[in-house]
Ligand binder design. Structure first.
Ligand code: TXA
Ligand code: MG
Length: 357
């Protein structure tokens, strides 16, 4: 069938309609693709145990085959059926943070196809907290392999319209439950090393993890190391999550950031560039007059709200032709660590994961 756009179904996040869940589950069981909301970003799902369905994900996203996928599961029993030799710490973390924005990497069971793990011996597992994702997993009763539902290299989708824009013709059904709650992806924690290591900071903070299990490592320069081995993941390479416009970042206290960002905006505008800025509410009076496009995320320090809105702001600026995007850089604590990481990658200047000890 020649499709011009995917079917988009509005689904109620509090009481997901059974009709759409059944439809989506049937598509998954028969090897199709369903985009669905999670609490972090929208995912592009396929039956994780069906290699040809999994291949469709890579084709739709134009994702390189070396980049492994996260497997979403319904419950701990399903997670353990896909893993081998799970360490005690796995159950501890699962009972505290699942369902939620934490992805755990453990040794994979032979049932998990190589297509999912890109040939690696380990599998990434998570139980999502979003009611639609949870209901879909229950209805389908399958593990669902799902990366973020964006074109490879683009900002992750926090709304169904982003999925349509990036993958419109390649998805059999898009479940639209409105904007996602967190706006940045899950934390990816590798449990196969002697010291658990954060490969990608995300929705569960480093502080929360360390309060439960003690010190965790931040994968040192994962980008460089894995790139050398030809094993880099996109969450781990430069120029990921990137808008078309060039991103410039401003670090420091509110006053210093306001002054520096406005001065830079004025300079770029004089040269005739279309300049956009992402700033706090308090910064608006100084910044709005000297930029073409502006997005305010809320009060200075509300990095949760910043996280929620960041990727959508990138996409709006792209649509409006921003050539340069000037952006506040949050501190490397709490959710700020994840936001900082995404911004550094968008700016193409990450050499070390941010906040590395
Ligand atoms: O919040 C999220 O994690 C979203 C939602 C849809 O769950 N998913 C997501 O998936 O962001 P994706 O594919 O865009 O990012 C998954 C990250 C990648 O950086 C990938 O390289 C890494 O997890 N990853 C997956 N499996 C892995 C494995 N076996 N070993 C090491 N890294 C792995
Ligand atoms: Mg992604």
């Amino acid at each position: 069938m020649d499709k011009t756009t995917s079917r988009v179904a509005k689904i109620n996040p509090s009481f997901p309609q059974r009709h759409w869940l059944q439809k989506a589950a049937t598509i998954l069981r028969t090897g199709g693709l369903v985009a669905f909301p999670t609490e972090t970003v929208y995912g592009l799902g396929a039956d994780a145990l069906n290699p040809s369905a999994v291949e469709k994900i890579f084709r739709a996203k134009q994702r390189p085959g070396w980049d492994p996928l996260i497997v979403h599961v319904r419950d701990l029993a399903m997670a353990e059926s896909l893993a081998q030799d799970v360490p005690a710490i796995f159950r501890q973390l699962a009972s505290q943070f699942w369902p939620g924005p934490l992805t755990l990497i453990v040794k994979k069971d032979a049932r998990v196809p190589d297509a999912v793990t890109a040939g690696r011996p380990n599998v990434a597992l998570r139980i999502p907290r979003h009611p639609v994702a949870a209901a879909l997993l229950t209805e389908a009763n399958l593990p669902i392999a799902a990366p973020s539902a964006n074109q490879f290299g683009r900002p992750s989708p926090t709304r169904a319209t982003h999925v349509v824009a990036d993958l419109g013709t390649h998805v059999d059904l898009i479940l639209d439950a409105g904007p996602t709650q967190l706006g940045v992806e899950s934390t990816v924690l590798d449990l196969t090393q002697s010291l658990p290591a954060i490969l990608r900071p995300g929705g569960v903070t480093r502080e929360q993890l360390e309060a439960l299990i003690g010190p965790v490592a931040l994968a040192p320069s994962v980008a460089d190391e894995l790139a050398k081995q030809g094993l880099a993941g996109p969450g781990m390479t430069q120029q990921h999550y990137a808008p078309h416009g060039r991103v410039e970042l401003f670090d420091g206290d509110r006053q210093a950031v306001t002054d520096q960002l406005s001065a830079r905006a004025a300079e770029l505008r004089q040269r005739g560039h279309c300049v956009a800025a992402i700033v706090s509410d308090e910064m608006l009076p100084a910044v709005a007059p000297v930029v073409e496009l502006v997005s305010n995320f809320g009060a200075w320090g509300d990095w949760e709200k910043f996280a929620q809105r960041l990727f959508a702001a990138f996409r709006v600026f792209d649509a409006q032709g921003a050539v340069v995007i000037l952006c506040v850089l949050p501190p490397a604590t709490g959710i700020g660590l994840a936001v900082r990481d995404r911004l550094q990658r968008a700016a193409g200047n990450l050499t070390e994961p941010t906040g590395a000890k």
